[in-house]
Ligand binder design. Structure first.
Ligand SMILES: [Fe+2]
Length: 236
């Protein structure tokens, strides 16, 4: 499969469709209504690599706690929005990021594994991307395993598709709670580094943010959202 360096389409030819309950972004989930997805296999199905007790505790204790605390954070933020009281905003935003990422990444982790041997061969679209971006599976795995081994402390290693650079990238997440929910797509971003406002506003960031609202390009936000909703993140 030939992939040009620019303007190629996103991976879409894979016929494998994961069960919907394991795709946390497939359906709209109202605040506070996330549920622990069941494993797509028995707790002892991965025994050749991961023992049953580890898998049971990991899924039923650790992942469940992320889901419960994500719901709590969302409901607390909803109450703050209703009451107009954002005095605890830093706490709940951190809880939202930590537990949201924990829920998303664990949901992806369970379905990143299979009890049946896949044969070690990526499907055609994945293969084409791995060939172009890493020089083939052996080179991809060399970098992926090195990156996984080098994660400091707790964390993750992930093969990702970057819709902005339109390429695959291997990333470490040493602290998935670092104020993001992995897997989200930014639609509207405001730079609050001091270099963005300091010459005019000095330390008055709040004034800069207040004034910034008048600059928001809503048609562009609409276009980005529409493209991502249409499943064509490579077009923006
Ligand atoms: Fe975990």
């Amino acid at each position: 499969m030939h992939l040009p360096h620019q303007h190629y389409t996103a991976p879409s030819q894979c016929t494998h469709t994961p069960p919907p309950q394991f795709s946390p972004t497939t359906h709209y989930v109202p605040p506070g209504h996330h549920v622990l997805p069941p494993l797509p296999y028995a707790y002892n199905a991965l025994e050749k690599v991961i023992d049953e007790r580890t898998l049971r505790i990991h899924h039923d204790k650790h992942h469940r706690k992320y889901v419960e605390d994500l719901n709590k954070a969302e409901l607390s933020l909803q109450a703050a929005l209703t009451n107009g009281d954002f005095t605890c905003i830093k706490h709940w935003e951190k809880e939202l990021a930590f537990n949201g990422s924990g829920h998303i990444l664990h949901s992806l982790y369970w379905t990143s594994m299979s009890p049946s041997d896949s044969g070690g061969q990526p499907h055609p679209t994945t293969q084409a991307y791995l060939d172009r971006d890493f020089g083939g599976v052996p080179h991809f795995w060399a970098q992926f395993s090195a990156a996984a081994n080098a994660v400091e402390g707790s964390g993750w290693c992930a093969l990702c598709y970057n819709p902005y650079f339109r390429s695959l990238v291997i990333l470490q997440a040493e602290k998935h709670q670092n104020l993001t929910q992995w897997g989200v797509v930014p639609l509207l971003v405001c730079d609050v580094w001091e270099h963005a406002y300091y010459l005019r506003y000095q330390n008055e960031r709040a004034q800069y943010v207040k004034n910034w609202f008048a600059l928001v390009n809503w048609p562009e936000v609409e276009l980005r959202l529409a493209h991502f909703l249409a499943g064509r993140p490579d077009q923006r």
